[in-house]
Design a protein around this ligand. Structure first.
Ligand code: NAD
Length: 257
């Protein structure tokens, strides 16, 4: 499968799932635009590395996904967009009556509102080019809930609903819009939590992973960033041209429970 000649913009892609997706899209031949809210040498070096490794054009563009105008500027600065992956996201955990208002606002802005702004800016480019793929990274929490995650669950359910609406609005065009719903994914952020939890509960790594982190994931295995990248590449393929307005769970059976 080749995505040569396509430009893919992946929000929040200087680490974790976004970086994994960017690498798989680059491996499939797409030119990639990496993004985050920082603008360090490392950010630009990362893009250069991916460009060299896969023989494609890779750029890094700073844009803060909590700000609507920066979301829209990202698409314009990239000079167009064939594949849009909305991945930037943050988390905060607290009971609803104690949830800090600034954390609520930030989660809704970054995890949900950014998808509205980037999709609105990207669709005219996709229409002009006669092809487009939108992949929104939601979560198992876009389909189910957990206590203390009111903002995250609200935002991710919003992303799932917004994806369905955009799919209906583009249904008769060569553009698709879907949401991927990952369960627990082994990102550097998650990996870093393991040693502390091992100490806290006096458990082995395996016990922490199976009995603490993956209690709701029946496979008892993390999903990987490569698997999420592969699912994204599949959604960009011709085989997926009639897959639109739906969710694909990559969650080891979580939502089957
Ligand atoms: P991560 O923290 O490794 O990556 C988040 C990315 O978003 C980073 O690149 C970060 O720089 C970027 N980001 C944060 N705030 C931003 C802002 N204001 N503007 C631009 N970029 C910003 O986390 P991750 O685990 O890779 O999560 C990526 C996405 O996957 C999120 O939307 C998250 O909700 C979702 N997700 C993760 C898991 C998991 O288990 N890791 C499970 C389900 C869904």
């Amino acid at each position: 499968m080749t995505l040569a000649g396509k430009t893919a913009i992946i929000t929040g892609s200087n680490s974790g799932i976004g970086l994994g997706i960017a690498r798989e899209l680059a491996k499939a031949g797409a030119d990639v635009v990496l993004n985050s809210f920082t603008d360090s040498q490392d950010d630009h070096a990362l893009a250069e590395e991916i460009g060299k490794e896969f023989g494609i054009t890779a750029r890094y563009i700073k844009a803060d996904m909590s700000k609507g105008d920066e979301c829209r500027n990202l698409i314009e600065q990239a000079g167009g967009c064939d594949i849009l992956v909305n991945n930037a996201g943050i988390q905060h955990v607290a009971p609803v009556d104690e949830f800090p208002v600034d954390r609520w606002d930030a989660i809704i802005a970054i995890n949900m509102n950014s998808n509205f702004h980037t999709m609105a800016a990207a669709l005219p480019h996709m229409r002009k080019r006669g092809w487009g793929r939108i992949v929104n990274i939601a979560s198992a929490h876009g389909l189910t809930a957990s206590p203390y995650k009111a903002a995250y669950v609200a935002a991710k359910h919003g992303v799932v609903g917004m994806s369905k609406t955009v799919a209906l609005e583009t249904a008769q065009e060569p553009i698709t819009c879907n949401a991927i719903c990952p369960g627990y994914v082994l990102t550097p952020l998650v990996e870093a939590q393991i040693p502390d939890t091992m100490r806290e509960y006096d458990m082995t790594r395996d016990e922490v992973v199976k009995n603490v982190m993956l209690t709701r994931q029946p496979s008892k295995e993390f999903a990987t960033v490569e698997q999420l990248g592969g699912t994204t590449v599949f959604l960009c393929s011709d085989a997926a041209a009639q897959i639109t307005g739906t969710t694909i769970s990559v969650d080891g059976g979580w939502t089957a429970l």
